[in-house]
Design a protein around this ligand. Sequence first.
Ligand code: F6R
Length: 610
Amino acid sequence: MCGIVGYAGQNQAAPILVDSLKKLEYRGYDSAGITILNGELATYKAVGKIAELEAILPDDLNACIGIGHTRWATHGKPETRNAHPHMSLNISVVHNGIIENYMVLKEKLITQGYEFESDTDTEVIAHMLHHKMNADNGKRDLLSVMKETIKCLEGSYAIAALCNDEPDRMVFARKDSPLVLGIGEDGNYAASDVTAFLKYTKDVIYINDNEIGTLSSDEINVFDLEGNSLTKDVETVEWNLEAAEKAGYEHFMLKEIHEQPTSIQNTFAGKLLELEGNVRLDELYLSKEQIKNLRRATIIACGTSWNAGILGKYLFEKLAGIHTDIETASEFRYGNPVLCGEELTIAITQSGETADTLAAVRSSKSYGCRSIAITNVVGSTITRESDSVLYTRAGPEIGVAATKTFTAQLITLYMLAIYLGRSRKVISPDDAKKLIISLKKLPGQIQKILNKKDAIKECAEQFADKRDYFFIGRYLNYPVALEAALKLKEISYIHAEGYAAGELKHGPLALITEDTPVVAIATKGHTYDKVLSNIKEVKARNANVIAVADEDDTEIEKYADIVLRIPTSHEMIAPVLSSVALQLLAYYTALARGCSIDKPRNLAKSVTVE
Ligand code: F6R
């Protein structure tokens, strides 16, 4: 995650880089750094706010070219040695993205004599550039070695690099992470998004995937990976700074919903072993024996994370044969849990700082349980208190309502369940493979939902004036219903209930009238027919039924008033797709009601008090 910046021009680079990094602060970060080049590379890094970096910069810096970075930790804690830029002798690199195969590359570089200072994936890029540059008696240039290096990288990257043998230019490359160049009067700029340099220029060149090039004070050259020179259009950005921070989206929440094809890919990057029908979870410190002997797991979480935990329970029971309880952290901590040392506690918390979840984990540890944390924030408190940590790698989330961190939690739970299930021989490699193939399809399928969001918007607007909403689903779609209701109530202030569809007749059916829209999550699976019966129950009370259904479902229209179509997927994986569709429903409802979407009343992003 994080952001990169670069500058080459007639002015002093350091103040421009620092200023550009400040413009990227809204993306979230935990450390920052710059390298400037004037004969020698000079690198400065600091943990914390950019002010901390500014505080260590000497007054007499004199260089007109440099690169910079704000880091949001994904590999290794927020520490100075993990902050970018990363160096390999005469080379300095900043990188945004995730290198999936960095472990393999790192091992090879170690055998070639390289020593690693950081825990990051990025450092391999610096050493690879250095190694290749020195291969042919040092006669190679940075652009050609960058081209060779990126061909070895699996994953996503926007990279900017400097070498002190090439004092006037930087080299950049992009795949699956944003990179934009700015053409200014006093020099040229590079950044993860235009906000970084909008103050200096509005003339930009968008770099596409698999493009590489050089940037100097008065020249920008862009090539494809075969080395062909590309003619790039210069576009003029019309956005102001605020709009640019949201990449043109009206709200951070909408931006974050749209980031999910990428954030999900980052969550599973390097972990899905399709051929073996397994998942790589090196960070899970459980021995084969411990996994085999697991009898029970307890998932502890709050809010959206708790909703994810319900899906986790179903997955662990179905795929790994582990009896699983799901507990609300604020209740668990004051209950009398019956736990023993052979058991596993899984805490799910995007922030890693939720007071109730932390207290509940501490309590479970007092029984001797082993704990796993699933969190989005590297170095957060939960990571220090758990035996193993699985990072969701969704990137910083600014909207208070959790969206991309929720789907990242789901993906992490799928991976953990598959891993445990394979280790315990509960699922076959073939069954695991089917799930993995379906997981890999998710980014493209989510994109399809996003491309057709207008239908969801129309539906949201139709019912935006209602006072109450119901969301119903069964089994794996039950947590989807809970989460959709939570999303709607927190941002639109409409009263919404998420219900297990089979429970309606035990009470809430009394509330259903023609004024209560009921959203039924009705994707194909072994509870599909049951949900159709539940739809009939609410239709008989004149409710308007909105069904979330597979795109190839030809039955559903006979039952529902409105059908929101999602791509057909594996029954177990479909909840991710339904969730994205219903995030959009909540968003557009809140938009139609003129609510404060990114900062709903009374709510905070991180609940660090009881
Ligand atoms: C809802 C939401 C909250 C959080 C809850 C737990 O959109 O974000 O319900 O899920 O406060 O927070 P974490 O996951 O940080 O422990």
